[in-house]
Design a protein. Structure first.
Length: 201
């Protein structure tokens, strides 16, 4: 597997751009759409914390285990969220997709399916990943449902695994998709995006 490097991925509607310090203001605006930092089961930065959030993500890239992006809606040119590759392990040709969030106005729209299609296509077809993983809070049912709609398989639950922002300890639900399963999943995601709007959640 190739080591992930900064790259721009896009469709006519959405662009994933390499995260930089220049995106701090746009991310703060996006996070205010729904006051997402108030959700205990997410890692969305609170007001005033976005610069540190971006710095930590960029440090993860420097350390070799993350590749962060911002999500931009091309019709409005607005930054509407963020996502990244993380837990990148080239030796076993595995990476995960996570730290994903979108302003409330863009949730349950075409955006998540589009971004995941871009990220998985790049991971499997360009980088040569053998497996793509996801992890989420055991109480983040919306995230679990979104991951399952992508076609990922539930691997299991890591109990008492990670701190939440409120200091409690969560169980982590793990999912994955293997390279051999990708062609069918890709066809299904393209089908969802080509369906009338109500089917493209």
């Amino acid at each position: 597997m190739l080591k992930p490097q900064p790259v721009t991925l896009e469709t006519p509607r959405v662009r994933l751009e390499p995260l930089s310090a220049e995106h701090v203001a746009g991310l703060e605006t996006s996070a205010r759409d729904g006051e997402l930092w108030k959700l205990r089961i997410t890692s969305v930065p609170a007001p005033g914390e976005t610069a540190a959030y971006v710095a930590a993500a960029l440090q993860g890239y420097q350390d070799g285990h993350m590749l962060p992006f911002v999500v931009r809606d091309l019709a409005s040119s607005q930054i509407i969220g963020s996502t990244r590759y993380h837990d990148i392990v080239p030796a076993v040709e595995r990476l995960e997709i996570g730290y994903t969030w979108y302003g409330r106005s863009w949730q349950r729209s075409h955006v998540n399916t589009t971004c995941k299609l871009l990220l998985m296509t790049h991971a499997f077809e360009t980088l040569g990943a053998k497996l793509v993983g996801w992890r989420t809070d055991n109480y983040n049912f919306a995230s679990q449902q979104a991951i399952e709609r992508l076609g990922a398989r539930k691997d299991g639950v890591l109990r008492h695994h990670a701190l939440r922002r409120d200091g409690t300890v969560r169980d982590t639900v793990m999912y994955s998709l293997a390279a051999g399963e990708w062609p069918e999943v890709k066809a299904h995601l393209n089908y969802l995006l080509d369906k009338p709007r109500e089917g493209a959640h």
